[in-house]
Design a protein around this ligand. Structure first.
Ligand SMILES: [Zn+2]
Length: 60
């Protein structure tokens, strides 16, 4: 599911580098970094987010 584009939902992602799990807003307008290792997990793309991490769950 890497590279999938999402819109206005919260998603739970897992860092591919350190396996840290965290939630983020699917429509984040800024780069999302792993809170543990600092790897870029998502980058803004035309108002959406391009997610580079594994998506574990999409939260309502
Ligand atoms: Zn990490």
């Amino acid at each position: 599911m890497a590279g999938r584009e999402l819109t206005s939902k919260f998603i739970k992602i897992r860092c591919p580098k350190c396996k840290n799990e965290q939630t983020m807003f699917g429509k984040a307008s800024t780069r999302v970094l792993c809170l543990v290792c600092g790897k870029a997990l998502a980058e803004p793309l035309g108002g959406k987010s391009r997610v580079k991490a594994r998506i574990l769950e999409v939260l309502a």
